[in-house]
Design a protein around this ligand. Structure first.
Ligand SMILES: Cc1cc2nc3c(=O)[nH]c(=O)nc-3n(C[C@H](O)[C@H](O)[C@H](O)COP(=O)(O)OP(=O)(O)OC[C@H]3O[C@@H](n4cnc5c(N)ncnc54)[C@H](O)[C@@H]3O)c2cc1C
Length: 507
């Protein structure tokens, strides 16, 4: 047993002299989803956010299929409404069709980050998360059995004692620095300038390559055009703020020959291909999620979606841990599962950056890529990866390919009528799905799971004819929607319940 395990074993349960069981630093999308997940799992959570009001600027605008499924699993799609959907995405600028993804939500869903944050903020506070705006974390001290977080707020310095602190405070994370996480990787070697501009009339361009650079232009319904430009020979500037629009307009003119300098800039921004990942996602009582854990070029909407999926993986585990229900080692599966997914995604983004931002020297590589993407299996592989649908966690004993994969959100046939498989997950509990052939379920799965009934809901439905669940009779699903066990005997089910949900009640 190492020091972390020993601390875990001794962890006190409940508030027990703490101001919060968990302090989340950062009320961006990742911090807010995590706060909601922690509340759903019964943890007491305080969120410290240095901004006094939510962002209003344009940032990420795409939710991928897996994020839409996650939102469905938490009942968040109703309040979101039906967002605009696109099917055409890309890999490093090479077109890729996301319309054929095997999901209830195939495609790229256009939701501005401000909307996503508002939705998650309402949800988290509605569940009882205590979000304190205008509070900037300035110090972090680990003590025996807890962490002390110091923040400067409207009423001066406040100190909060918490069992755990999670840094969801973005790419320049203070938590990461204060807690001394390693953050290896590379700085940006290339830069893109972008701006949202009113009052210009230029052709839409989708990753159009010119002799000296790359240009993107997309006119929105409100008449505002987002332009993005990269000069192949350019190198990143050392910046202390956003670039002046004149700089972007000048680069645009050099690359495309068009003059947009008379437009009205509404937002300007520069970003590069920096790529770094925290060496660990947990260090004793401090954890990282979202951009705080990984810095990547925001291409193809992967940055935001990757972070939201970190939060979904961590929330139920940390809530179970601080509530004293978690089996040994559960919290550490967060690093094991999400660091691997993060590393894979960063590698993917690095490859995209190379073929997107490289000059004529990558023309051959792009041509080969275009050929490969035209092969159906290659396109399915890449869209599965980028959308997050093919994320599979080490599922435990057995080699069933469904273990660790996500539960497909089929409409299930139940005695009470059709049921979206996402619905039973909305409470944040686990799910035992009994798919009985003749309408009469085997009694043993339900009776085996009975001692976990406070944590795992059992639903009986007809067998699913097609897709990944066809042929399956009993499926155990974690609160984040990933499959923990498929078919087998009562001993196997009992072991899986113990592994993910802890000891049975009364033990
Ligand atoms: C300018 C910009 C443009 C982007 N454009 C795109 C895009 O086009 N496409 C795309 O996919 N992604 C884009 N991204 C990335 C995307 O916005 C992030 O991946 C996403 O916001 C990550 O969410 P997060 O919650 O991890 O971090 P953030 O959204 O960065 O949230 C972190 C929060 O922590 C708070 N905070 C920071 N330090 C402290 C502290 N010491 N104390 C208290 N609070 C603190 C911040 O105020 C912030 O609210 C962009 C990011 C930026 C910054």
């Amino acid at each position: 047993m190492d020091a972390e395990d020993a601390e875990d074993a001794e962890d006190a349960v409940g508030l027990a002299g703490m101001d919060a069981q968990v302090v989340v630093v950062g009320a961006g999308p990742v911090g807010l989803l995590l706060a909601g997940e922690l509340r759903l799992g019964g943890a007491h959570v305080v969120v410290l956010e240095r901004r006094t009001a939510p962002i209003t600027e344009s940032r990420a605008s795409t939710l991928h299929a897996r994020t839409m499924e996650i939102f469905d699993q938490r009942g968040l799609l109703g309040p979101l409404g039906v967002p605009a959907r696109e099917t055409r995405g890309h890999f490093g600028g090479v077109p890729l069709d996301f319309g054929r993804l095997d999901s209830r939500y195939p495609g790229l869903w256009k939701v501005l980050q401000v909307r996503t944050e508002a939705l998650l903020g309402q949800w988290a506070t509605g569940l009882g998360a205590d979000v304190r705006r205008g509070h900037e974390l300035t110090a972090l001290t680990e003590r025996a059995g807890h962490v002390e977080a110091e923040a400067v707020g409207p009423e001066g310095t406040v100190r909060l004692r918490a069992r755990y602190v999670v840094g969801c405070d973005g790419e320049d994370s203070t938590v990461r620095r204060l807690a001394g996480f390693g953050f290896p990787g590379s700085d940006a070697s290339r830069e893109l300038l972008r701006a949202d501009v009113a009052g210009i009339d230029i052709p839409d361009r989708r990753f159009q390559r010119f002799a000296d650079g790359l240009a993107v232009a997309a006119r929105r319904a409100d008449g505002v055009t987002r332009v993005m430009v990269h000069e192949f020979a350019g190198r990143p500037e050392v910046r202390t703020g956003a670039p002046a629009f004149a700089e972007t307009a000048a680069a645009w003119a050099r690359v495309t020959g068009e003059d947009i300098s008379q437009g009205t800039p509404l937002w300007s921004n520069a970003f590069g291909n920096a790529c770094r990942q925290a060496d660990r996602y947990r260090k004793n009582r401090v954890l990282l999620a979202g951009d705080a854990a990984h810095r990547q070029m925001p291409v193809g909407g992967q940055a935001l979606n990757l972070g939201l999926q970190d939060a979904m993986n961590l929330g139920w585990k940390l809530a179970a841990h601080v509530s004293g229900r978690a089996p040994a080692g559960l919290l550490d599966t967060y690093h094991q599962e999400r660091h691997a997914v993060g590393a894979r995604t960063l590698a993917d983004i690095t490859a995209q950056a190379a073929i997107l931002l490289g000059g004529p020297e990558v023309d051959g590589l792009r041509a080969v890529f275009e050929e490969l993407i035209a092969v159906d299996r290659a396109a399915v592989h890449l869209t599965g990866k980028i959308s997050g649908l093919d994320t599979r966690y080490g599922g435990g004993p057995g080699d069933d390919p469904r273990l660790g994969a996500r539960l497909p959100l089929h409409d299930l046939e139940t005695a009470r009528g059709p049921l979206n498989a996402a619905e039973p997950l909305r409470s944040g509990q686990g799910l035992l799905l009994c798919l009985c052939k003749d309408g009469v379920p085997d009694p043993w799965p339900r009776s085996t799971a009975a001692p976990w009934a406070d944590r795992v809901r059992t639903v009986t439905a007809a067998p699913v004819p097609d897709g990944a669940l066809s042929g399956a009779e009993n499926v155990l699903v974690r609160p984040d929607g990933h499959i923990a066990w498929v078919d087998g005997d009562a001993d196997g089910l009992r072991a899986a319940l113990g592994r993910w949900f802890g000891a049975p009640a009364g033990v």
